[in-house]
Design a protein around this ligand. Structure first.
Ligand SMILES: Cc1ncc(COP(=O)(O)O)c(C=O)c1O
Length: 389
């Protein structure tokens, strides 16, 4: 029988996973892989975390889905929202849970249009915000978009990190959406000056500022959220990936006054059947308690520095990094291909970026220890040594 599962690429990594535990994956043959990509910034606490599993099991024993989001009181949703919003600055006081990152961005764009009554959306070159129509419309990669046009109208793209272009944000602009550190463009870190100017400009013209922290959130960059590096707070924060502790979960967070506008004119302005699924909320809460309440965040900068020191090789042109979020820039895409493939052969998982083919990705679980950092870097360096041109 031909494969009844849809493919996303002609060249999938194709590992047949049998088990995942801590920072390791094991395939059907028992081969071990050290996971340096965390399922693309999801498994920030590694795989199979006992506290997350316990929380899931406890919730399973109580109830699964009982009603579409927003109608019944479900304690686990409330506990999660209290914990998360308690860790966020004023103005980010209310969580609306959804099922994925792209859905969080779709809803955030709708909320901005609803609150401002405006229609223009501004994004940045190199951005990635998801694969559904609205999120794709504000993503920068033309090659990935062109087959699906027409997309949303009235979307403009500015150069990332260009203070000068910010003055084109105007009183027509409903929202500016940005990754505070661009992920799939290959870990692009803007200046503090740019982020402050962006906040000021949005305030001046009354545009809503959306931070997409779907990839950078939950400790990936050494802070709970990347916006903390810049001391700039968005009007809407979108989250996903590591939020669910390995379960499918997204969310958007804003003020009560903003969020209430989704309840009238029209009422049910944004709805979801499975958003805030109780089992996902249980996993998300357990994960957030662990990430926020221990030293993993502080350690991630130290661990990141160790990676950076060890990855010293003539083939490496540049390392862009914040915390444990890395782009390793090589000469070209062919070299990247050889490194990613070679590492996989030798039991270390790295990966590509969507919009930066000459870099490869490292984003390990935050729980990775020194020994595993050293051994994985040795493997990467040995693969680079053995590349023949
Ligand atoms: C910054 C960012 N936004 C949005 C998304 C989309 O999230 P999802 O794949 O959960 O829809 C991603 C996924 O890679 C992302 O990195």
């Amino acid at each position: 029988m031909s494969n009844p599962l849809a493919n996303t690429t002609p060249y999938p990594m194709g590992i047949h996973v049998e088990l995942a535990d801590g920072i390791y994956l094991y395939d059907k043959s028992g081969k071990q892989y050290l996971d340096l990509i965390s399922g693309i910034a999801v498994s920030n606490l590694g795989h199979n975390h006992p506290k997350i599993k316990e929380a899931i099991k406890n919730q399973v024993d109580k109830h699964l889905h009982v009603m579409v989001y927003g109608e019944y009181h479900q304690s686990i949703q409330m506990k999660l929202a209290e914990k998360l919003c308690g860790l966020l600055p004023n103005g980010l006081d209310v969580l609306y849970p959804v099922n994925s990152g792209t859905e969080a961005n779709e809803a955030a764009l709708k909320l901005a249009k609803r609150v401002t009554g405006r229609t223009e959306l501004i994004s940045f070159k190199g951005a990635y915000h998801g694969s559904t129509h609205g999120s794709l419309s504000v993503s920068g990669n033309e090659e990935k978009k062109s087959a699906f046009e027409p997309l949303l109208p009235e979307v403009r793209f500015l150069d990332f990190n260009s203070v000068e272009q910010l003055n084109t944000i105007s009183t027509k602009t409903a929202a500016v959406i940005i990754e505070p550190i661009q992920g799939d463009a290959g870990v692009r870190i803007p200046s503090k000056e740019f982020m402050e100017a962006l906040r000021n400009r949005c305030d001046e013209v009354g545009a809503m500022l959306i931070f997409d922290e779907i990839q950078t959130g939950f400790g990936r960059t050494g802070k709970l959220f990347a916006f903390e590096h810049f001391d700039v707070v968005p009007d809407i924060l979108t989250i996903g990936k590591a939020f669910g502790g390995g379960m499918p979960m997204g969310g958007f967070v804003s003020s009560l006054a903003n969020m209430e506008q989704l309840t009238f004119d029209p009422k049910l302005g944004h709805i979801t059947t499975f958003g805030g699924h109780p089992v996902c909320c249980a996993a998300a809460l357990a994960s957030l308690e662990i990430i926020a309440d221990n030293s993993l965040l502080e350690q991630s900068e130290v661990k990141g520095q160790l990676f950076e020191e060890l990855l010293n090789h003539s083939l490496i042109k540049e390392i862009r990094r914040k915390g444990l979020f890395f782009a390793i820039e090589m000469e070209n895409a062919q070299v990247v291909q050889k490194v990613v493939e070679g590492c996989k052969e030798r039991g270390v998982l790295t990966f590509w970026f969507l919009s930066n083919p000459q870099s490869f990705r490292i984003a390990p679980p935050l729980i990775i220890n020194e020994e595993d950092i050293r051994s994985s870097c040795n493997t990467i360096l040995s693969v680079m040594n053995d590349i023949d041109f």
